[in-house]
Design a protein around this ligand. Structure first.
Ligand SMILES: [Zn+2]
Length: 168
């Protein structure tokens, strides 16, 4: 899921090379552009992702992306657009992926997903109505809240915390 690293400078197309950056505390060299006057450094910082625990009257909506194994379902997620707040982004993703106008609920938490180099911000949202799946999705299912079980990675941690708080 993580993007492969750049091999060539996206500014000037010179092949990138490892370089120690002065003042950089990371324990590894960065890929950087050796061309004179360019200065591009590939920092490879985590990418912010928003995730929604979408609750409808009949349960929480989980989705399967195209290309995922048949048994994999997860939360609605997506990348922020430039200039958008995370709250706007999570509601936009629910509209794009499920065709639902959702209401923002509680913020659930922030979760690192190191394998994908992402930092996931999760909200509970409420919605009603018929799901119309977006282009990126293959399937969805509604799980009654009492039967919802967290999975042991990525957005599953948000589901775990949300369920624990409801019981609390
Ligand atoms: Zn360059």
């Amino acid at each position: 899921m993580s993007d492969p690293p750049f091999r060539f400078c996206p500014r000037c197309a010179t092949p990138l090379a490892p370089r120690e950056i002065a003042g950089d505390d990371a324990a590894r060299p960065r890929l950087a552009c050796p061309a004179l006057g360019c200065g591009f450094v590939y920092w490879d910082n985590p990418v912010p992702v928003v995730a929604a625990i979408v609750e409808r009257p009949d349960g929480v909506v989980l989705v399967r992306s195209k290309g995922w194994p048949e048994t994999w379902f997860g939360l609605v997620t997506g990348f922020l657009e430039r200039g958008e707040s995370p709250e706007e982004g999570v509601l936009r993703e629910v509209a794009e992926e499920l065709g639902l106008v959702a209401t923002l609920g509680d913020f659930v938490g922030v979760y690192p997903f190191h394998q994908a180099n992402q930092i996931i911000m999760a909200w509970h949202v409420r919605a009603e109505g018929e799901v119309r799946l977006g282009d990126e999705l293959a399937a969805f299912k509604s799980i009654p809240v009492e039967r919802l079980r967290p999975w042991p990675f990525a957005t599953g941690d948000a589901v775990r915390d949300w369920l624990a708080r409801r019981r609390g």
